[in-house]
Design a binder for this molecule. Structure first.
Ligand SMILES: Cc1ncc(C[n+]2csc(CCOP(=O)(O)OP(=O)(O)O)c2C)c(N)n1
Length: 319
């Protein structure tokens, strides 16, 4: 299914994500970390075409942007609301990826609509006779929204090339999935007549295998699929979360199932790379992110002229 380059690129993305959590999370108590969920983002965001449209879950947006080709320094500058960011400090790159990479962000702050936008992008591809696909990623909390059901229904009726991925980390802020979600999310696919599968979201290879199948189906014109990647949010909802709604022992149990440690052991056991090579990837990620972050911190804030709207009207429309 996967060659060594792919296996290592996914490891790089997981390490990138964990390192970003450490470096950026220390700076911003409002940071919505991804610790424990790295296998989902690496398995889903790796290997999409530049022309594929990606509507990532807001938690993990910078990893999606990076995987789609965004420049790290500019991305971090955007997260810090600097003039040098992709949209000159007007959107938060922690929840809005640069649109030039065909990323759909959480522009209004409302969770759910991005599923409809991704479905619309797949409809546009079908109408234009392109085999580009759309990937829509959302949390277990968002799975209860009407947008989710409406998008799945339209995608299934029209046989659109959408891969729906539920990043089920078992919480919507302090509400557990048992308290907020009826039944098994993956099983809802059956009601829409599309394939649905629940995979171990702490196993990047299982996530990737499900993605490979769903992407193939979407690109071939056979229609949408739903993947539920079951994982666990070991960090707080955001970094200053008091987490008084859950038992610390449960968190510790899930920490022991760390997706990065598990995948690292797999790469070593299967001679994909030795200890020295894997440590070099980790050191390189730390150096790149720390260095880019330090530089972005000293960038200037937006000027007044950066803050108005643009790219709204067609050329010459004001004349
Ligand atoms: C429509 C809407 N309702 C509520 C919120 C507030 N909110 C922000 S994050 C969040 C939790 C979402 O849970 P989930 O989809 O499981 O994603 P997670 O945060 O667990 O990754 C909520 C309710 C929102 N942004 N949009």
């Amino acid at each position: 299914m996967t060659n060594n380059d792919t296996l290592l690129e996914m490891f790089r993305l997981m390490v990138f994500s964990r390192t970003l959590d450490r470096v950026y999370g220390e700076h911003d108590g409002h940071w919505h970390g991804l610790e424990g969920e790295e296998a989902v983002v690496a398995g889903v965001y790796y290997g999409l075409r530049p022309t594929d449209v990606l509507a990532p879950h807001y938690r993990g947006m910078p990893v999606a942007s990076y995987a789609k080709g965004a420049d790290l320094r500019k991305l971090l500058a955007g997260m810090l609301a600097k003039k040098t960011g992709y949209n000159r400090g007007r959107h938060r790159n922690d929840i809005c990826g640069p649109p030039e990479f065909n990323l759909i962000g959480l522009y209004t702050g409302s969770l759910g609509p991005s599923l409809g936008y991704a479905t619309g992008a797949a409809l546009a591809a079908k109408l234009d006779d392109r085999d580009d696909i759309a990937v829509a990623v959302f949390g277990d909390g968002v799975s209860s929204r009407g947008d989710c059901h409406e998008s799945m229904n339209l995608a299934a009726v029209q046989k659109l090339g959408v891969v729906f991925v539920c990043q089920n980390n078992q919480y919507a802020i302090s509400t557990t999935t048992e308290a907020g979600v009826a039944g098994v999310i993956a099983k809802r696919a059956e009601g829409f007549g599309m394939p649905g599968i629940q995979v171990d979201g702490n196993d990047v290879l299982a996530v990737r295998a499900a993605m490979d199948e769903a992407v193939l189906r979407a690109r071939s014109g056979a229609g949408p699929s739903l993947i539920e990647a079951l994982t666990y949010r070991v960090a707080g909802h955001f970094y200053s979360d008091r987490e008084d709604y859950r038992d610390p022992e449960l968190v510790e149990r899930w920490r022991k199932r760390d997706p990065i440690k598990r995948y690292r052991a797999h790469l070593l056991d299967n001679d994909v790379l030795d200890e020295h090579g894997l440590s070099a990837i980790e050191t390189e990620a730390a150096m790149q992110i720390e260095c880019a972050f330090e530089k972005a911190l000293s960038d200037p804030p937006p000027d007044l002229e950066d803050l108005g709207i643009d790219a709204v009207y067609a050329e010459g429309a004001s004349e």
